[in-house]
Design a protein around this ligand. Structure first.
Ligand SMILES: *Cc1c(COP(=O)(O)O)cnc(C)c1O
Length: 432
């Protein structure tokens, strides 16, 4: 036993019992961690190749202002994203304020009144309900005459091909496929499964656009959805691809026409990608993308560590401790609001920023129940940084993600366990 290390953890409030339990779990994960390291290595090379092929230079880091005409850094970064993710073109902008905005932009710019949108993978992420108009909202797609259909996954998590086929009609223009589970307790989709679904849809009508909500999925596998037939992938820069350094932003990568439509909607018809000053944040977009594969690696290790800890303690965890990984989110179902709150308090206490504040449930815009969020992040709301959140509703599942380093993720999980133990919500006695 390494006593110096144990003492260091003790200084951060981790008892010997919790530390030793964590060490047991970590020791059992050596092989998994090794396989994550191989994926990170592969993706690091992918990013480097994209940067070299597109001749990223020091000039790319210059600040543009005003209209932002001829912003070399912005235009080159978009080429880098296109190369890296396998698209014809990309829109990567600080003017895209968050993931929901990027998704709304992709949808609203590629759909027209009278078109129908289909989700063949069940209910989309909470904030998209208002974008689509599932929950009535000002400016929703529904207000503009775009209708919506949804086919749920079957009970075992597989695609309901029969119903999907029935749901595709002459007005179906775009299919939205959410890679990550979001706030649902369904499995996350692997890139291979996304590919199967896209092949099925294109087999019925090849002109249907397939968009993938790629949030939390970037760099988790060697392949990305554009490599298996998607027309567009969409995500947030304060998640995986920003590597923790991008302070804002979103991206759309894919077919030239899809990206063009989005650009004309983001700025203006006629202007498109030509305007949009980068105001000095572009260097952090490059550096964040460069670091992203290793940051995602740390986050994945944290997720699997948490899964194995809480599984051993008898909680339902999704994905389970041994399943393959397709995003960085780990859900733990506590079935009890006190445990959900204790978990989030532990994550907060482990943070480098705001470690002294206590998170409380509140009504967040875009969500239909109170949500508790733990985040002591350098970038507000960044969920590639160690963070946990969960809606205060049964089954009281916490969704845990991120960690710019594995060591920070590990401390956060041990802290959460410490909190649960202190409140007698778990019992470690028979385990170590
Ligand atoms: C985070 C997320 C979004 C929305 O992103 P915000 O940046 O929070 O607006 C959409 N879909 C999925 C799957 C997400 O994880």
């Amino acid at each position: 036993m390494n006593h110096l290390m144990e003492q260091q953890y003790e200084k951060l409030g981790i008892s010997r019992e919790v530390y030793r339990f964590g060490e047991q779990i970590e020791a059992s994960l050596a092989e998994r961690f090794d396989s994550f390291d191989r994926v990170a290595e592969f993706n690091q090379l992918k990013v480097l190749k994209a940067m070299q092929d597109n001749r990223v230079s020091a000039e790319c880091f210059q600040v543009s202002s005003g209209y932002g005409y001829n912003d070399l850094g912005r235009d080159t970064l978009e080429k880098v994203y296109a190369s890296c993710f396998g698209g014809e073109d990309a829109l990567v902008r600080p003017q895209i304020t968050c993931g929901t905005h990027a998704l709304a932009l992709a949808l609203m710019s590629n759909l027209r009144p009278g078109d129908e949108l289909l989700s063949p993978v069940g209910k989309p992420y909470d904030t998209l309900e208002e974008v689509i108009g599932i929950r009535p909202s000002k400016g929703s797609l529904a207000e503009y005459g775009v209708t919506y259909r949804q086919v749920d996954l079957l009970a075992d998590g597989s695609f309901d091909y029969e119903k999907i086929k029935e749901a595709i009609g002459p007005r179906t223009k775009l299919v939205t496929i959410q890679r990550s589970k979001g706030y649902a307790t369904r499995p996350t989709l692997s890139v291979a499964r996304i590919g199967e679904l896209i092949s099925f849809i294109k087999g019925i009508r090849p002109d249907i656009l397939c968009m993938v909500d790629n949030c939390y999925g970037e760099f988790v596998e060697e392949r990305e959805p554009l490599e298996v037939g998607a027309d567009m992938i969409v995500g947030s820069l304060i998640k995986n691809p920003g590597g923790g350094l991008a302070p804002i932003g979103g991206y759309i990568v894919g077919k030239k026409e899809c990206v063009e439509n989005a650009a004309y909607r983001l700025t203006s018809p006629g202007l498109g990608k030509e305007v949009g000053a980068s105001l000095g944040v572009i260097q952090s977009f490059y550096q964040g993308l460069f670091l992203s594969p290793t940051v995602v690696n740390g986050a994945l290790k944290g997720a699997v560590f948490a899964a194995n800890i809480y599984e051993k303690l008898g909680f339902e965890v999704i994905p389970n401790g041994s399943e393959s990984r397709h995003d960085i989110i780990q859900a733990v179902t506590f079935g009890n609001p006190d445990a959900l709150i204790a978990f989030c308090e532990g994550i907060q206490e482990a943070a480098p920023v705001d470690s002294y504040v206590t998170p409380e449930p509140w009504a967040m815009p875009g969500y239909d129940s109170d949500v508790i969020m733990a985040a002591g992040a350098f970038v507000q709301g960044s969920s590639i940084e160690l963070s946990a959140d969960g809606p205060i509703r049964p089954p009281y599942a916490v969704y845990f993600q991120g960690g710019l380093t594995w060591y920070h993720a590990k401390l956060g999980i041990l802290k959460s366990l410490q909190k649960l133990k202190e409140r007698n919500l778990v019992n470690l006695d028979r385990l170590c």
